[in-house]
Write a protein that binds this ligand. Structure first.
Ligand code: BTN
Length: 252
């Protein structure tokens, strides 16, 4: 294997030919596996996206995997993990392919205005403590013929680069970056990774529309705060922090 002997993430690596969803499998079997376990699948029959969407992962088109984590943090602090993983994946992909992958806040990895990677984080809490977290990452690798509707919004590594793709090496590189960023930063934003995140964030400086109490509000994305949340400057000059939910970025 390409995974470093001293690594925590990916030390235990399980690969399925076919499974419904690597997130579902790890959530249901978490107690059997050590922290850092990675479950990957060549095909998912019920891949899950954010907000109840479907994540398409046909045979060998994607790298789809989930990572089991047990950080000593409060449920409130979990929100930093997904954007930090987005940063790690974007860095790994740019290192491997030398293309300009960026992050659409909070955690989609994009090229131009098309999505390349999606991340779905799920957690299990016991009382007020995080029991475990499953971070599920799906990367479009070989997809060449997306259905018409999806092709406007999605791209793949093979569409963006001519480089030959060794999926095992690429997965190992991604896991190394996740290990570096998450473990070194103790699962939170710090000065170093926040600066990197901002450099990668395509949302910054753009006009956006977000939803506040069911109402659409427009503004400009001007900063990312220490928790990875988006700071928006409104037309009247006041600022507001956007925590989650759907944000539409003009042009992406
Ligand atoms: C999104 O952008 O909506 C998130 C997509 C997350 C997909 C990955 S693939 C591996 C893991 N297993 C799942 O069922 N979903 C995630």
């Amino acid at each position: 294997t390409y995974i470093d002997d001293n690594a925590l993430i990916g030390k235990e690596l399980i690969v399925f030919e076919t499974i419904d969803s690597t997130n579902n499998y790890l959530k249901a079997n978490a107690e059997k596996y050590p922290t850092g376990t990675v479950v990957s699948a060549r095909e998912q029959t019920g891949g899950k996206g954010r907000l109840g969407r479907v994540w398409q992962s046909k045979k060998d088109d994607t790298i789809s995997f989930s990572v089991l984590l047990r950080p000593e943090i409060s449920p409130m602090e979990v929100s930093a993990i997904t954007p930090l993983c987005g940063l790690a994946v974007a860095k790994a992909l740019n290192e491997y392919f030398d293309f300009g992958a960026k992050i659409k806040w909070p955690n989609d990895v994009i090229i131009g205005n098309k999505k390349l990677v999606g991340i779905l984080t799920e957690m299990n809490c016991e009382f007020d403590k995080v029991d475990f977290i499953v971070v599920g990452i799906g990367i479009n690798i070989l997809n060449k013929d997306f259905p018409e509707e999806i092709s406007k919004k999605a791209t793949s590594c093979a569409l963006e680069s001519d480089k030959e793709i060794d999926k095992n090496k690429l997965l190992a590189l991604i896991l190394k970056h996740i290990e570096n960023i998450l473990l070194k930063g103790n699962y939170s934003f710090n000065e170093e990774n926040l600066k990197e995140y901002k450099d990668y964030c395509a949302t910054l400086g753009r006009d956006i529309i977000f939803t506040r109490k069911g109402e659409k509000v427009s503004g400009k994305a001007t900063d990312i705060d220490n928790n990875g949340e988006l700071v928006v400057t409104l037309e009247d000059g006041t600022t507001e922090t956007v925590f989650s939910g759907e944000v539409t970025v003009q042009g992406i």
